[in-house]
Design a protein around this ligand. Structure first.
Ligand code: ATP
Length: 459
């Protein structure tokens, strides 16, 4: 098992800020709590993560189709889904220092993880906090408001007046965009159940306790795949998706000892079974993605609230039924954090220096190679190589500073290959190709570079 102690959240945040991966949101105005902006390197990595996910779960998956639904949906959608009534967390305010907390988090922290608040009612949580005199983690006092449910949906209003009848919501999950388009996708693709609908898009939650860098933010991206299937086949597909979700992470380069399944102790009333894959983040084991057997709850509710039939007719048997849904949902930003954390390494070099290197899967790396002229007077040839390679994949170009420093910069952003142009290049059209992980160098003809790199960066 790779030593995870080397990576801390602080080191990741610092590296991300200094290397153009992720910046604090609205930084020149002092930031805006728990919003983050992806920089030139970060946007490439995140796009590559999303592309890898799409390739695996749409392009290479039988009977899976993508959609890109609107963020703003008819408010009835959220009534049907249950979000208006119950998408809430149990919040408590400290009357002394006015800080706000989640009752379940307070209990978990106080009991050092021994008590599981997920299986407690609100009354039981209240009783635990009173009985154990759980103090405010900020000011240390014990003077709480009672627990209240706090709805996590961001509201806004539509139109030019603030009329409350125009209240609409920023979607708190992408899933509903897939459910409401179930029949549209089925009709236009002529797909037979079982089939899947996938979507990548922004979601918004007014989290009570956001934080831990991009682990929990108020605006984030989700990658969700809903698999519509017949009741009776759902259990098998649920197991199938557990395997697929795990395989995807393994293929992205995750050490399997840093991953584990965790069954939900408390199921949503409609769910038949649910589990998470947890990752060993720098903050400890935490949810990376969820897999849920949602039964036919979602489609039935939309049928009830919209008055439109959401049933499917089997073309062979003519049987009509409302499909079950197996959902696989993963946050793109949370996966990004896991990918960064997994890739981070510090290596002691023979000369005593420490090399920070991101061992990304090459498909995820922002730049697939960096073209580096050994000296500035080789820049014409270097630019020629750079211009031809970047037609095929993202490349970096750097001619500033010693070659050692330039290698180090590329190591820190995880560029898998460095192509060095030297005086021999002018003589024989060959270059040096340095491997990020082994630091070994080979000599290659320029004409072979593109194919060599392309073969290595496939996902
Ligand atoms: P949590 O228990 O961490 O709040 P959840 O169980 O509410 O998460 P889901 O509603 O199942 O999460 O969302 C699916 C995925 O979306 C999560 O596994 C996570 O990767 C991501 N996600 C959820 N909330 C956030 C958030 N506030 N910030 C970043 N990613 C999030």
């Amino acid at each position: 098992m790779e030593d995870k102690n080397v990576v801390t959240m602080e080191k990741l945040v610092n590296l991300c800020k200094s290397r153009g991966i992720i910046f604090p949101g609205s930084e020149i105005y002092g930031g805006m709590g728990n919003t983050w902006d992806y920089g030139p390197v970060g946007v490439e990595i995140k796009n590559n993560i999303k592309r890898a996910w799409w390739k695996r779960f749409v392009q290479e998956s039988d009977n899976s189709f993508g959609v890109d639904a609107a963020i703003l949906m008819n408010p009835k959608v959220w009534e049907a889904s249950g979000h208006t009534a119950s998408f809430s967390d149990p919040k408590m305010d400290c009357k002394e220092c006015k800080s706000r907390h989640r009752a379940d988090n307070l209990i978990e922290a106080h009991s050092k993880g021994k008590v599981n608040p997920d299986s407690m009612t609100q009354e039981e949580m209240q009783a635990y906090i009173t009985e154990h005199e759980v103090h405010c983690p900020i000011c240390g006092k014990f003077n709480w408001t009672p627990i209240r449910n706090f709805n996590l949906m961001f509201q806004t209003s539509r139109g030019v007046t603030d009329d409350s009848t125009n209240t609409i919501y920023l979607r708190p999950e992408t899933a509903q965009g897939e459910f409401v388009n179930f029949l549209n996708v089925q009709r236009t693709t002529r797909a037979k159940v079982p089939f899947g609908i996938a979507q990548i898009g922004k979601a918004f939650r007014n989290e009570i306790t956001p934080g831990n860098f991009i682990f929990r933010t108020i605006e984030f991206e989700q990658m969700e795949h809903q698999w519509f299937c017949k009741e009776g086949t759902d259990v098998e597909y649920y197991e199938d998706f557990k395997k697929k979700a795990w395989e995807f992470l393994k293929d992205l380069g995750f050490d399997e000892t840093h991953l584990r399944f965790k069954d939900h102790d408390k199921l949503a009333h409609y769910a038949k079974c649910a589990c998470d894959i947890q990752y060993l983040f720098p903050i400890g084991w935490s949810e990376l993605n969820g897999i849920h057997n949602r039964t036919n709850y979602d489609l039935s509710r939309h049928e009830q609230y919209s008055g439109k039939s959401m049933q499917y007719t089997d073309p062979v048997t003519n049987e009509r039924y409302t499909p079950f849904v197996v959902e696989y949902s993963i946050g793109a930003d949370r996966l990004m954090l896991a990918v960064l954390s997994e890739a981070y390494d510090e290596e002691k070099l023979e000369n005593g220096e420490t090399r920070v290197v991101m061992h990304f899967h090459p498909s995820v790396a922002a730049y697939k190679c960096a073209v580096l002229p050994l000296q500035k007077n080789l820049s014409d040839k270097a630019k020629e190589v750079y211009n031809s390679l970047r037609k095929n994949f993202m490349c970096a170009y750097d001619e500033a500073g010693s070659i050692g420093k330039r290698y180090r910069r590329q190591d820190e952003i995880g560029t898998p290959y460095c192509v060095t142009i030297d005086f021999d290049t002018l003589e024989n059209e060959t270059v040096t190709l340095r491997d990020r992980d082994s630091m070994e160098q080979i000599r290659l003809p320029i004409s072979e570079l593109k194919d060599y790199i392309e073969n290595k960066i496939k996902f």
